[in-house]
Design a protein around this ligand. Structure first.
Ligand code: ATP
Length: 372
């Protein structure tokens, strides 16, 4: 392959993950995971600690062996292929730079391994150092760089040979918030510039939303749902996904169904959602905070709404919005976000909350609200 010709060529590899399993002894770290990642896509693996994100990434990279299933990168199976033959770029949380080599030599290393000639190496290294805005740091040693600069060198080294696929495992995990937010934008820009496929691991849902074309939500060795941030936020398929992405109120209680609606009894009051129960077990209703209005008791509400009475336990001014926490008599907490008004409610105020039935999301109770 002519590496030089491919730099910036914008060709990514599609990845097909086919019923993969990974066992450590009897322990199933991954149970039957399947998905397709499109060529050039920015895919993020999101989930709590121990849910199988890193294991999946390591299986794609070839750092761990599959117990069952297959992985295809581009149009070939990489199942039996050692990591160094997969032509994949990787970046980890802890900058694995060579401390005794300059930035230039660190970045040139993958090109040297691939037998690229000196003049071409110099051109390519210069190009990627410009891309990560470190062209003036080529002669420094890693020990003379900040954490964020070291991660940018690691990124440059991972992309210098223009791999069709770049894997990143919590690359910003060790950095402070401000630097992380800035580097998120840099990573997005580099993804656009290269056009290769990026697979990114994080447990930070905000980071996932900022970066990704699509997000795969992992839980206990399985994928719960794959979708855009918007799809996961507005149409979660499980309570786990609904609670993991963004904020929500979760209502529980005995349920009954009539005329295509399901009602749940919360604090002695029935609240409804469109549709039939999901499965045979207990049901929940999930509502996003921006859909919930807090009013004085008895105030008028438009359309077909659910109403509950409670007391304000928190009132937070957030600039454009006010965030309220309202506690119901049974202890259920309702979150609301509303545009700032001239007369905000105060802690202790008796209020009513209401929301449209169409904004109730009916989901099976998978127990995830208790385990938080
Ligand atoms: P984190 O965000 O904490 O990195 P993760 O979602 O990336 O979590 P994995 O590292 O993929 O999780 O781990 C999945 C499960 O497999 C965990 O329960 C972990 O303890 C287990 N596991 C990982 N590596 C090994 C190993 N070498 N031997 C035994 N169990 C392992």
């Amino acid at each position: 392959m002519n590496v030089a010709a491919r730099v910036g060529s914008g060709r990514g590899a599609a990845i097909e993950i086919l019923s993969i399993k990974k066992y450590y002894g009897n322990f199933a770290a991954l149970e039957d995971v399947s998905m397709r990642i499109e060529a050039g896509e920015f895919m993020t693996f999101l989930g709590p600690s121990g849910s199988g994100k890193t294991t999946t990434l390591n299986l794609i990279a070839g750092f761990t062996d599959l117990t069952a299933g297959d992985i295809r990168v581009g149009d070939r199976s990489v199942g039996g292929l050692p990591a160094y033959k997969r032509n994949i770029g990787v970046v980890f949380q802890h900058y694995a730079l060579f401390p005794h080599m300059t930035v230039f030599k660190n970045v040139a290393y993958p090109l040297k391994l691939r037998g690229i000639r000196k003049a071409e190496r110099e051109r390519l290294v210069k190009h990627v150092l410009e891309m990560v805005q470190l062209e003036n740091f080529a002669h420094r040693y890693p020990g003379e760089l900040s954490g964020g600069q070291q991660q940018r060198v690691a990124l440059a080294r991972a992309v210098v040979f223009d791999p069709p696929l770049l894997l990143m495992d919590e690359p910003l995990g060790a950095l402070d918030k401000k630097l992380r937010e800035w580097l998120q934008l840099e990573i997005k820009r580099i993804h656009r510039e290269l056009g290769s496929t990026f697979v990114y691991v994080t447990h930070d849902q905000e980071e996932a939303l900022v970066l990704s074309d699509r997000i795969a939500v992992f839980n206990r060795g399985r994928i719960e749902q794959v979708g855009t941030g918007h799809e996961l936020y507005t149409e979660p398929e499980t309570l786990f996904v609904g609670r993991f992405i963004g904020e929500s109120s979760v209502l529980k209680g005995p349920h009954e169904t009539r005329a295509g609606e399901t009602a749940i009894e919360v604090a002695g009051v029935k609240v409804a959602a469109r549709g039939l129960p999901k499965g045979v077990g207990p049901q929940t209703i999930l509502v996003r905070p921006e859909k919930i209005t807090v009013t004085k008791p008895g105030a008028e509400a438009p359309g077909q709404v659910n109403r509950l009475r409670g007391r304000v336990t928190e009132s937070l001014y957030l600039g454009a919005d006010t965030k309220y926490e309202v506690r119901l008599p049974d202890g259920t907490v309702i979150l609301s976000r509303m545009p700032v008004s001239e007369r905000p409610f105060a802690i202790g105020d008796e209020v009513e909350v209401f929301w449209s039935i169409d904004d109730s999301k009916l989901l099976a109770d998978d127990g995830s609200a208790e385990s938080a």
